[in-house]
Design a protein around this ligand. Structure first.
Ligand code: GCO
Length: 454
């Protein structure tokens, strides 16, 4: 721990998302989202679970914020459920839904915790989806209208905004593999949806700047540094492709204002390139974000093996690494990857402020008789990644903050409640919350940081 040196002003936070924690799926006028519908499909989610109740945060937010305060958390990243505010996605506002976020924000501020809003963490209003959703070009304007409403209502009190969380996942898992809502399997549609999200982001950023509210607006991408393990021509080519499809296709438009040419050529060959109208790229370029949000969970190891353009995952992590630690999600624990990633961002995108908006691990979390959890593995995980942050700053990266995923155990999408990421344990039968050892460690670390950082 002695080696972890993070500067004064570095933000320590923790993150969640609306569908994963709120519950209250049909209360106070909330509309359904694509996840409400998707969870009802047979076989879609482990054990047939869903987010109808989740952590019941909608009713327990005060208790949850009190726990955050106890852990000295400086900022809380949460997402807004779009259909709670606009049940149809647009049109009439659901006042009670919008008022929930007023209360949440006020409670955070009262407790000295900085709210950090993400506007889209995948819960698209179902009605709007049924009318075309992200596959329609107008989705960009409809999203911007929703964003404008939020800026107007919560702006001033909230200074940190993000438009999208993990466009990659929303597009590829939602529209290509169909493993996530809305469960569509069409690679061309995935790319069109992603292009509309890029446009929606740009329009929201523009509206944010026009609104004149103080604060910064960013976007959050999931990223994995790509390691060429075999250093042959073919493995190098595979690595470039993997980096382009997973990382650059999303981060280049956001921070350079253009799609990567190599991957665009590939998409044209495949017939999966999105339709881009004149003016789109200019709009995207003119409205680049203020900060770069990144979610880091694992690296990609790429090998020399046969992979075609459609099956680009073939040679990824396809051989085991001896002695590697693996989380409950099956993901390799590799904190050095975070250092590499931050260095890559620095060299590719310059000195834009960077925030790690998610990083965390699922563990078995065996519970003691009173719900206590001695999750030493998670403590080590956080330490390792904070050390990578500190090394990256030493190496010149403009890293400004770190949010642990997740504040509490919650609904882990298709894994249901079987995977626990929290630094707070949730007993889903009683909704009792218990601080885990990692939560205590994180809280103590933040307290020490506040006292000693220079
Ligand atoms: C993610 C999501 C989170 C997940 C977390 C663990 O951005 O993928 O933002 O919702 O729960 O990543 O898988």
């Amino acid at each position: 721990m002695e080696d972890i040196k993070l500067p004064k002003g570095f933000v320590f936070g923790t993150a969640t998302s609306s569908y994963q924690i709120e519950g209250a799926w049909n209360e106070d006028g909330k509309g359904e989202s694509i996840w409400d519908e998707f969870c009802r499909r047979k076989g879609a989610i482990a054990n047939g679970e869903d987010g109808t109740t989740a952590c019941d945060h909608y009713h327990r937010y005060k208790e949850d914020i009190a726990l955050m305060k106890k852990l000295n958390v400086m900022s809380y990243r949460f997402s807004i459920s779009w259909p709670r505010i606009f049940p149809d996605g647009y049109g009439k506002v659901n006042e009670k839904g919008a008022a929930f976020y007023d209360s949440l924000i006020d409670e955070l501020i009262k407790n000295g915790i900085e709210p950090s809003i993400t506007l889209y963490h995948w819960d698209l209003p179902l009605k709007f989806h049924e009318e075309g959703g992200w596959l329609k070009r107008e989705s960009a304007d409809i999203f911007a209208d929703y964003a404008k409403y939020c800026f107007k209502r919560y702006g001033g009190r909230v200074k940190m905004w993000a438009t999208f969380n993990e466009m990659y996942v929303a597009a590829h898992l939602g529209y290509e593999s169909g493993k996530f809502a809305p469960g569509i399997q069409d690679p061309k549609k995935a790319m069109q949806a992603a292009h509309h999200m890029h446009l929606a982001h740009a329009k929201a950023v523009k509206a944010f700047r026009q609104s004149g509210i103080k604060g910064q607006i960013g976007i959050v991408h999931c990223m994995s540094p790509v390691y060429d393990m075999d250093k042959t021509n073919r493995s190098a080519e595979n690595a470039r492709k993997v980096d382009g499809i997973w990382n650059r296709w999303f981060t280049d438009p956001s921070f350079k204002g253009s799609y990567p040419e190599d991957i665009m050529e590939m998409r044209k060959r495949q017939g999966t390139a999105p339709e881009i109208l004149p003016g789109d790229m200019e709009l995207i370029k003119e409205n680049r974000a203020d900060f770069f949000g990144v979610n880091f969970y694992f690296r990609f190891r790429v090998y020399d093996c046969d992979s075609d353009e459609f099956n680009w995952m073939n040679c990824v992590n396809s051989r085991p690494v001896e002695g590697a630690k693996i989380t409950e999600m099956g993901w390799e624990v590799f904190p050095e990857g975070l250092f590499t990633l931050l260095k890559n961002i620095d060299s590719q995108y310059g000195k834009i402020p960077v925030y790690i908006m998610e990083n965390g691990m699922a563990a078995k979390d065996i519970e003691g008789p009173n719900g206590e959890v001695a999750d030493d593995g998670r403590v080590e995980y956080i330490k390792g990644h904070l050390l990578a942050c500190s090394d990256a700053i030493k190496a010149g990266c403009n890293l400004k903050g770190y949010y642990y995923w997740s504040f509490m155990d919650n609904f882990e999408w298709t894994s249901g409640y079987s995977k626990r990421f929290g630094i707070i344990r949730v007993d889903y039968k009683t909704q009792k919350r218990t601080i885990k050892k990692s939560g205590q460690w994180y809280g103590d670390f933040i307290a020490l940081h506040k006292k000693t950082a220079v």
